[in-house]
Write a new protein. Structure first.
Length: 132
């Protein structure tokens, strides 16, 4: 969003149109507002891993609590996107049979300690498999 807006504002300023500065200030304010909302969303995300389930609380204005029992987890995957590489984080995805054909599952996004999360969840799920 910021790149095309910056290019557009610079083109307006180069052409001598007077409204370029106002549009530029509004564009910078809009980008800052989006970044602030994303940051606050990230700060309000909590993960709790217990012996029986993983609990995730997300949301800024509307809180959403998701509970995934470990016995229903089919696959644990670790994903790294471009933003994750820059921030040195990874996304852990728990896929359950109720995830549907999309296999989206539950995301533990932006985890700085994904190796510890995967080892903890793997040991808990293996322990439950031994009980069966």
């Amino acid at each position: 969003v910021g790149g095309p807006l910056s290019f557009w504002v610079l083109a307006m300023m180069a052409s001598g149109q007077g409204g370029a500065v106002c549009v530029g200030i509004a564009a910078v304010g809009g980008v800052c507002a989006v970044l602030l909302l994303k940051y606050l969303e990230w700060r309000n995300r909590f993960y709790v891993i217990t012996n029986c389930a993983t609990v995730v609380q997300t949301g800024l204005a509307k809180r959403c609590v998701t509970v995934v029992p470990h016995r229903s987890v089919v696959t644990i995957s670790v994903e790294t996107g471009l933003a994750d590489r820059w921030c040195h984080t990874q996304t852990v995805r728990l896929v359950t049979p109720s995830s549907g054909w999309t296999r989206r599952g539950l995301q533990l996004a932006g985890s700085a300690h994904s190796d510890r999360v995967v080892s903890l969840l793997g040991s808990l799920i293996a322990r439950q498999d031994d009980l069966l």
